[in-house]
Design a protein around this ligand. Structure first.
Ligand code: GLY
Ligand code: MN
Ligand code: MN
Length: 444
C-alpha cells in the first residue's frame, strides 16, 4: 500500500474506533475513554526493567509500541487527544516527536514527565472508563476497566478494518522473509540458536520485539508444543525442523509455522505434505457463517484420516475423534483470532454484552468458539506430534491397540509437524496472508 492509501485507510480506521468507543461508553455510562500506554515493570529487588509491552487498548489507536507514560483520551464529538511523553532524559534515547500518517487525527500534547499527564486528562476521573493495568494509575486516574466497555470493544476488535488487515499483511511479509532465512540456516546445519538469530536478523526485529517467543525445534523437540529452549549446539543428525515464529508491524502480529524434513525424499516429508494439503483445505473453510468449532472438529477428522493412511492409526477418523485418539496426536486447538495480540481477545465472546460460547467437550485448548464473520482474522494451525507423555497415556489406556507402535517409533525421532497460516474471513473467498506473502517472496 502506498503512503497516501495508508493515510486514507488509517483515517477510516480511526473513525471506526471512534464509533465503537462511543457505543462502548454509552454501554458503560461514561463520558470519556482514557487509555494509558502503560509503564515499565521492574524486576524484584532490582532497578532493571522488563521489556516494555504496550497496552493493546492503546496501540489500537496509534502505531506506538515504545512509549510508556503516554495516554489516549477520547470524548465523543471531539478529536481524540494524545498525551505524549517525551521526557528530558540523558540516560536513554527519548521517543521522537510524533510523525507519520496518523498524527493529524489527534490533538497532541507533549509532556516531559509522567506526572504532567494528569493535567491533560478529563477533569472528573469518575466519569472516565480507564482501560489499563493497575500500575498505570496516576492520582485519581486509576484503571477501572468497566466490563461493559471492555466487552464491547474487545468483541468488536475481532472485526479488523482494512487498515488493520494491511498492517497484518506487513507483519506476514516480515515473518515470511525471516522464515525463509531460518529454513536456509537449518539446511546449512545451524543449531536452534543459530537459526533463531538468522530469523531475527532477517526480520530486523530483536527477540523482545517479536509478538511471541520463537519456537525453533530440531528433531524430537518438535513434539514440545511451546518449545523455546534454543539449544546452542546443532544435533549430530538434524532430521526435521519445526519453526513457529511471527513478526510485528505497527503493533500487529503474524503467527506462522512451517515444518521441514532434511531429507525431502523421506516418509516424514510425505507426512508433512499430507498435513500441508489438509491445512490448505482447512484454510478454505474460513468463510462467513462457518462455526470455528466446526473447523476444529473437521481438522481432527482430516488429521485422523492422515494417521490412518500412514498406517499409524487403525481407527476410522470418526472413531479416532470419538475415542480421543486423535487428540493424542493433535492435542491443541486448530487456532485462534489474531491481530494486535497474537492470541487475540474475545475468542469465546457470545456478544458485545458478554456471555461465553463453550468449547466442545473434550477440547479444552481451543481458543476461539465464535462463528466467523467478514473481517475476522484467524490462524489455521493443524499438527501431528509424537509426544512421549501423550503416547505413554495412550499406551497405558484402553485404546493402546488403536495404533501401530512400530510406525510411531519410526516417526518419533522427527518430533512433530505443524503448519500455520493467518487467514482473513471475507464476504467471499478467504485471504491467506501467509501464503500470499510466500508467493510474493518467491516471485521477487
Ligand atoms: N505461536 C503460538 C501459537 O501458534 O498459537
Ligand atoms: Mn497460533
Ligand atoms: Mn504459532
Amino acid at each position: 500500500m502506498i503512503a497516501s492509501d495508508i493515510g486514507t485507510a488509517y483515517a477510516a480506521h480511526v473513525s471506526v474506533l471512534q464509533q465503537r468507543s462511543e457505543r462502548a461508553l454509552e454501554r458503560g455510562g461514561f463520558d470519556h475513554l482514557v487509555v494509558p500506554s502503560g509503564t515499565l515493570h521492574y524486576q524484584v529487588f532490582d532497578d532493571r526493567d522488563y521489556a516494555y509491552a504496550v497496552n493493546p487498548q492503546f496501540k489500537a489507536w496509534a502505531p506506538l509500541t515504545r512509549n510508556p507514560g503516554s495516554w489516549l483520551v477520547f470524548t465523543p464529538g471531539r478529536k481524540p487527544k494524545l498525551v505524549y511523553l517525551q521526557p528530558f532524559d540523558y540516560w536513554h534515547v527519548v521517543p521522537e516527536a510524533p510523525s507519520g500518517y496518523w498524527v493529524e487525527h489527534f490533538d497532541i500534547v507533549v509532556i516531559r514527565t509522567p506526572e504532567e499527564a494528569a493535567q491533560h486528562l478529563p477533569a472528573d476521573a469518575a466519569r472516565c472508563a480507564i482501560l489499563g493495568e493497575p500500575q498505570s494509575a496516576l492520582g485519581d486516574y486509576v484503571p477501572n476497566n468497566p466490563p461493559a466497555v471492555v466487552q464491547y470493544l474487545e468483541y468488536h476488535r475481532a472485526f479488523k478494518t482494512p487498515y488493520e488487515i494491511e498492517m497484518m499483511r506487513g507483519a506476514s511479509r516480515t515473518g515470511v522473509r525471516a522464515h525463509r532465512a531460518a529454513e536456509a540456516a537449518f539446511r546449512n546445519g545451524g543449531s536452534e540458536f543459530d537459526i533463531h538469530l538468522a530469523y531475527c536478523a532477517a526480520a530486523r526485529q530483536d527477540a523482545f520485539e517479536l509478538p511471541y517467543r520463537n519456537i525453533v525445534a530440531l528433531n524430537e523437540h518438535g513434539a514440545v508444543l511451546h518449545y523455546t529452549e534454543l539449544d546452542r549446539d546443532a544435533p549430530a543428525d538434524p532430521r526435521s525442523f519445526l519453526i513457529d515464529a511471527g513478526a510485528a508491524h505497527a503493533g500487529y502480529a503474524s503467527d506462522i509455522t512451517r515444518t521441514y524434513a532434511r531429507d525431502t525424499g523421506s516418509e516424514f516429508q510425505q507426512l508433512i505434505d499430507a498435513v500441508d494439503a489438509a491445512q490448505q483445505r482447512m484454510c478454505a473453510q474460513v468463510r462467513a457463517g462457518i462455526d470455528y468449532k466446526r473447523i476444529h472438529l473437521d481438522a481432527h477428522l482430516a488429521l485422523a484420516g492422515i494417521l490412518k493412511n500412514f498406517g499409524i492409526s487403525r481407527l476410522s477418523p470418526e472413531a479416532a475423534l470419538e475415542t480421543g485418539v486423535s487428540s493424542v496426536f493433535f492435542p491443541h486447538g486448530i487456532g485462534h483470532g489474531i491481530g494486535l495480540q497474537v492470541h487475540d481477545v474475545a475468542g469465546f465472546a457470545e456478544s458485545d454484552r458478554g456471555g461465553t460460547i463453550a468449547k466442545p467437550e473434550g477440547h479444552p485448548y481451543l481458543r476461539l468458539t465464535r462463528v466467523l464473520e467478514p473481517g475476522m482474522v484467524v490462524t489455521i494451525e493443524p499438527g501431528i506430534y509424537f509426544a512421549e507423555l501423550l503416547l505413554d497415556g495412550l499406551r497405558q489406556g484402553p485404546h493402546a491397540d488403536a495404533v501401530d507402535w512400530n510406525r510411531i517409533e519410526q516417526f518419533r525421532p522427527y518430533g512433530g509437524i505443524r503448519i500455520e497460516d493467518d487467514v482473513v474471513c471475507t464476504d467471499g473467498d478467504p485471504i491467506n496472508l501467509t501464503r500470499d506473502a510466500y508467493a510474493e517472496a518467491a516471485a521477487s
